[in-house]
Design a protein around this ligand. Structure first.
Ligand code: MLT
Length: 207
């Protein structure tokens, strides 16, 4: 998959997996990594789907209606890419924390839903429930931040709450953070995610 890799302070420390929103690129979320953990390694990936010129991580049938076959296929593809990248670049595969926005948050959620060891944690900005009626892996203690909008027209607030319930039900430690700015990713939400990350992953720093 097309991507950017940037070695941080220590290959043994956290690697942030950056996953852009629909129409974004592998460069979009690089400033977020700086705000969250300037010392982390960065693996920022471009989605393989081209929807009328807009990059995405999986196909959809219409707005908010996912092509579930493709979602599963693309989730497996990203999972395999993570494993290959860890071998190629030498980062610790067990310390990958996803940071996704919108469509990127949805594929990150799908990684969590399908694989027990895919991620060490996740920051999901404006995610939806990626797939339903799936038996979820044991996520005991897995730190997950959900940034949601009370008035998000694309990811309705009920769906953010449903995702919280599903992840928490599987054992994840979820912080559901609300903003009132629709689907936008705003500076206060990024700050809340960064504060949550500092608390959740302080043990992971290489200092
Ligand atoms: C999706 O298709 O993943 C969601 O509707 C969010 C988006 O439009 O990217």
């Amino acid at each position: 998959m097309k991507h950017v890799f940037k070695k941080g302070k220590d290959l043994k420390g956290t690697t942030l997996l950056l996953l852009h929103g629909t129409g974004g690129s592998e460069r979009d979320l690089l400033p977020l990594a700086d705000a969250i953990d300037p010392e982390a390694n960065i693996l920022s990936v471009l989605g393989n789907i081209n929807e009328n010129g807009m990059a995405r991580f999986f196909k959809r049938l219409s707005e908010g209606v996912f092509d579930l076959e493709d979602l599963k296929f693309r989730t497996a593809e990203l999972y395999a890419f993570l494993n290959e990248s860890a071998r190629e670049y030498g980062f610790d595969r067990s310390k990958v924390v996803a940071v996704g926005y919108s469509n990127g948050a949805n594929i990150a959620g799908s990684l969590l839903f399908h694989y027990q060891d895919a991620l060490a944690g996740a920051i999901l900005h404006h995610p939806m429930v990626p797939i339903r009626e799936l038996e979820l892996p044991d996520m005991t203690g897995l730190p997950v931040f959900i940034g949601a909008g009370t008035n998000d027209p694309i990811c309705p607030s009920e769906e953010s709450s449903e995702l919280n319930t599903l992840l928490s039900g599987a054992g994840a430690e979820v912080l559901l953070h609300w903003e009132d700015y629709g689907h936008q990713l705003t500076a206060p939400e990024v700050k809340a995610a960064a504060d949550w990350y500092a608390e959740s992953f302080s043990h992971n720093t290489s200092n």
